[in-house]
Write a protein that binds this ligand. Structure first.
Ligand code: OGA
Ligand code: ZN
Ligand code: ZN
Length: 363
């Protein structure tokens, strides 16, 4: 009862679970905030039970006499001050940050057939994407457009100007350095898009070229290191919006976002880092030097060997990773050799939804 005394009346009333306030068929709210009495107060509170018999408190409201029954467990879970800071699962607080030695011997991976047939394997794989930022599916059929079927096992393909999927192979007139044999240092994809694709898939069809090995870096871990080692640099990178841009004959995309996105409580929640598409930062001249010192420092940190997990994709591997957190890289490869990946974008809200429903069914 103590807790209810401190609960703001509008917050409490807005969360009334009664069938007059929420449609029992779908749980959606039936009233507008403007429809509540302006002089709303709690008239009295009584011990009660929810319709399914759980301990609850009943609030009688003034001036309208409305009654609301709140399960005690719901109040404990939701009243601020009684639980830890809330989060949506997307910030560093809800992740397991890693470096390469820390992942040795426990790469998150799953066999494609087991992933398809065993809900527990699927749940573990999807959970790895949320917690560690990636999963490596093995023995995925080496088939044209298969990457789209992989995306559809957990969500929806995000079509872009590159198409439903993009071909990562050497092209004669590449509109992106990814489509050459050049080394690509750790980066996130498409920072020039808003909203940015939150998931990326890379499915290996052929990798017979000399070189072309893969790397992943946990950008949240790197940003947390920067915060500890160079707080001023970290601060600048969370505050300065960077203009990212991409243009070719048919497309002109731009987005202004900081390299490190943090939430209101200062928790890291999004990395955008791509030297290929960073435009001319506009800042007062004296701040430009500070920005460049910070950008360089973060860039150096991202290249520390112990931060990068190195591996080689072989035909049938499909990597699924969080493009708002992990940076990916590849070594240069001989353009005479055969290397062909198919990539696609998708989104993490769909993946999280699929996992939540899977857990509902397996619990
Ligand atoms: C990309 C990319 C990596 C690779 O296409 O975005 O970074 O291994 N490719 O070719
Ligand atoms: Zn109600
Ligand atoms: Zn890329």
């Amino acid at each position: 009862m103590e807790s209810l005394a401190s609960a703001p009346p509008f917050w409490l009333r807005d969360n009334c679970p009664c069938p007059a306030c929420r449609d029992p068929r779908n749980g959606q709210k039936l009233f507008q905030i403007t429809e509540l009495p302006a002089a709303l107060t709690v008239d009295s509170v009584h011990d009660a039970h929810t319709p399914d018999g759980a301990a609850a408190l009943e609030v009688v409201w003034a001036p309208d006499g409305h009654r609301s029954v709140y399960a005690e467990t719901w109040l404990q879970d939701h009243l601020l001050g009684t639980t830890a800071a809330s989060g949506d699962g997307r910030t560093e607080d809800d992740k397991e940050l890693w470096d390469a030695p820390g992942l040795a011997g426990r790469l998150p991976e799953a066999d494609w057939d087991a992933y398809l047939t065993d809900p527990a394997v699927r749940a573990t794989a999807l959970e790895s994407v949320l917690r560690l930022g990636f999963v490596l599916l093995r023995n995925v059929p080496v088939r044209d457009r298969q990457v789209l079927d992989v995306a559809r096992t957990f969500g929806y393909v995000r079509e872009t100007n590159y198409g439903e999927l993009f071909e990562v192979r050497v092209e004669a007139d590449p509109n992106n350095l990814a489509f050459t044999g050049a080394r690509i240092t750790p980066h996130t994809d498409n920072p020039y898009r808003d909203p940015v694709p939150t998931l990326q898939l890379l499915h290996c069809l052929t990798n017979a070229a000399q070189g072309g090995d893969s790397g992943l870096v946990d950008g949240f871990h790197a940003a947390a290191l920067l915060r500890a080692e160079a707080p001023e640099a970290y601060e600048i990178l969370t505050r300065v919006p960077v203009p990212f841009a991409f243009a070719d004959e048919h497309t002109e995309l731009r987005a202004h976002r900081p390299l490190i996105g943090a939430d209101r409580d200062g928790r890291i929640r999004e990395i955008r880092f791509n030297n290929r598409s960073i435009g001319a930062v506009r800042l007062p001249v004296d701040l430009l030097d500070a920005f460049y010192a910070a950008y360089r420092r973060f860039g150096e940190l991202l290249l520390r060997p112990e931060l990068q997990l190195d591996f080689r994709l072989t035909p049938g591997d499909c990597l699924i990773f969080d493009n708002t957190r992990l940076l990916h890289a590849r070594t240069a490869f001989a353009e005479s050799g055969a290397r062909h990946l198919q990539g696609a974008y998708a989104d993490i809200d769909g993946l999280a939804s699929t996992l939540a429903v899977l857990r509902r069914e397996t619990m």
